[in-house]
Write a protein that binds this ligand. Structure first.
Ligand code: DAT
Ligand code: MG
Length: 140
């Protein structure tokens, strides 16, 4: 398995409850290295562009408002098979379905406010990393 990079976002429901450190510990304990990280507040337009793939879904407006409602922590995680590994550490989209010990099982409030985003494939990881970070900001 190759070393990969994936885009992670600690979402507003988690930053507002001071869960950044606990969530980062889950990543690091799983062998994922945080090679870039910044705390930002998205505009509605930025959230809308990030989640444009979901524009026709009924929850799109609510999702964008939520993502722009409070600061988020955007980060790049690196490691062996990092994309899939991060999805495993995150747990299922709906916390009710998330395996015990995963971030969403422990911290998510609902399917909409589910504490973390993680890229789902190599192509989306590359696009999503480039959306938030320049090459100079990635320090392996
Ligand atoms: P994931 O974040 O696990 O990749 P996704 O890409 O299907 O899940 O959806 C993106 C986000 O949209 C998800 O983290 C929360 C929101 N969302 C998904 N399904 C939803 C639903 N049925 N109701 C409300 N929000 C939803
Ligand atoms: Mg997704």
């Amino acid at each position: 398995m190759a070393v990969e990079r994936t885009l992670s976002i600690i979402k507003p429901d988690a930053t507002k409850r001071n869960l950044t450190g606990k969530i980062n510990a889950k990543f690091e304990d799983a062998g994922l290295r945080i090679v870039a990280q910044k705390r930002i507040q998205l505009t509605m337009a930025q959230a809308g562009q990030f989640y444009i793939v979901h524009k026709d879904r009924p929850f799109y407006g609510e999702l964008c408002e939520f993502m722009a409602s409070k600061p988020v922590v955007v980060q790049v995680l690196e490691g062996e098979g990092a994309i899939l590994k991060n999805r495993e550490v995150m747990g299922a989209t709906n916390p009710a379905d998330a395996a015990p010990g995963t971030i969403r099982a422990e911290f998510a409030e609902s399917v909409g406010e589910n504490s973390v985003h993680g890229s789902d494939a190599p192509e989306t990881a590359a696009e999503e990393i480039a959306y938030f970070f320049s090459g100079l900001e990635l320090v392996g």
